[in-house]
Ligand binder design. Structure first.
Ligand code: SAH
Length: 375
């Protein structure tokens, strides 16, 4: 790659204010940012030459110093249920994944925020890969930009009765979004900006394993929907499943959630709860969960466990999951069961693995002998 190309600014990484500043420095009036964003996000254009309502000299200048570059696609897998999974290039040796889930009334894009994950949840396939780095804002925004283009390109192919546009974005792919706060927050602002993807705040969901201080910071900066991976009704079990719980236990986490709703005038927090056979799925545990959440603006989303190679858990049987849901409903806690999608292509929750060169653990053969980078 030439030095010139390496120094180009990727405009997918700049929220509106920063884009205004950037083109201001090029000597262009800041209101051109709006035209540029229109081309990039509404029309899906990456070629400055095609942006015909911008002055020719400005386009030529942009082409020298800027680019609109989404991650490169390494492979695409299509599930029999219409779900697609893309493997995207992070660098020469690493890759991350995004998943599109078409439904009759919506098209949900599940995007990644990191290459791997450092949080080490025992039931998650991404955790097994280890952690390498944060995705940049341009790589996060680039996923939505790319999916929109790819889905448009495929528009000729039938997708029986399902939405094929990206109407919802969920940060539920690889990585812990709040551990990449710096790059995730500007991406959220591009998702919501009416000159960007123009998504309503209720159609963008950030899912976190429970980084409490960052939830408070998030409440000051954005108002997207919040989902929290709870997975257990007590600290002993949650610390086993979601190790970050040892640092930020359930009571503190719930306080942060209610604070987020107060600040953001939000409707409710969704609590994700993976159903693990014989581990967290008993009626007594459902009742304990109901005691935690009753009377609060909370919804529970029960996720049947999705297996992956080397997993130490089994999925709870369907009747056990239904019973768990009913225990919650009877106690006035809203609960739904997440329909598993894309299982045949390993695109379901917790199955995203990508290709990650782990930097967090120092191994000698198969044995972990140290931790090099803290989350
Ligand atoms: N790190 C964030 C974002 C990941 S979201 C978070 O933890 O919330 C992915 C969701 O799928 C989380 O709720 C996660 O706990 C859940 N999940 C992980 N592994 C799973 C598996 N094997 N089966 C079902 N759900 C899983």
């Amino acid at each position: 790659m030439s030095t010139e190309a390496a120094e180009r600014t990727n405009l997918l990484g700049l929220p509106r204010e920063e884009l205004r500043e950037f083109i201001g420095q090029l000597g262009s009036p800041p209101f051109r940012a709006r035209q540029l964003m229109n081309w990039i996000y509404k029309r899906g254009t990456h070629s400055f030459a095609a942006m015909t309502d911008l002055a020719k000299a400005f386009r030529a200048h942009l082409a020298l110093v800027a680019e609109v570059r989404a991650p490169e696609i390494l492979s695409v897998h299509r599930s029999s249920d219409g779900t697609r999974k893309w493997l995207l290039k992070a660098d020469a040796s690493q890759a991350f994944e995004m998943v599109f889930i078409p439904e009759p009334d919506r098209g949900t894009l599940c995007i990644s925020s990191q290459v791997g994950c450092a949080l080490d949840c025992s039931f998650c396939s991404t955790a097994q890969q280890g952690y390498n780095r944060n995705l940049t804002t341009a790589e996060i925004v680039g996923q939505v930009w790319l999916a929109a283009r790819e889905l448009e390109r495929e528009a000729a192919e039938p997708l029986a009765g399902s939405e094929r546009r990206v109407t919802n974005v969920v940060l539920m792919g690889m990585g812990e979004p709040l551990a990449n706060f710096r790059n995730v927050v500007p991406a959220l602002s591009i998702f919501l900006d009416d000159f960007g993807f123009d998504l309503s705040r209720r159609r963008v969901t950030l899912s976190t394993s429970g980084l409490v201080p960052q939830i408070y910071r998030l409440a000051e900066t954005t108002n997207v929907a919040l989902a929290v991976s709870l997975h257990a009704p007590d600290d002993a079990l949650r610390s086993e499943l979601v190790p970050i719980n040892r640092k930020h236990p359930i009571a503190e986490l719930l306080q942060a959630c209610w604070h987020y709703l107060d600040e953001q005038n939000g409707r409710s927090v969704t609590f994700e709860y993976v159903m693990l056979d014989g581990v967290n799925d008993s009626p007594a545990q459902a009742r304990a969960l109901a005691r935690l959440l009753r009377g609060h603006p909370a919804k529970v989303n029960l996720i049947p466990f999705n297996p992956f190679p080397g997993a130490q858990y089994r999925r709870s049987p369907a009747p056990v999951i239904q019973r768990f849901r009913d225990e919650l409903l009877q106690r006035g806690v809203l609960a739904t069961i997440r329909r598993t999608r894309g299982e045949d292509i390993d695109a379901a929750c917790g199955q995203l693995a990508g290709r990650v060169v782990d930097r967090t653990t120092v191994r000698l053969g198969n044995k972990v002998i140290g931790v090099a980078v803290q989350p």
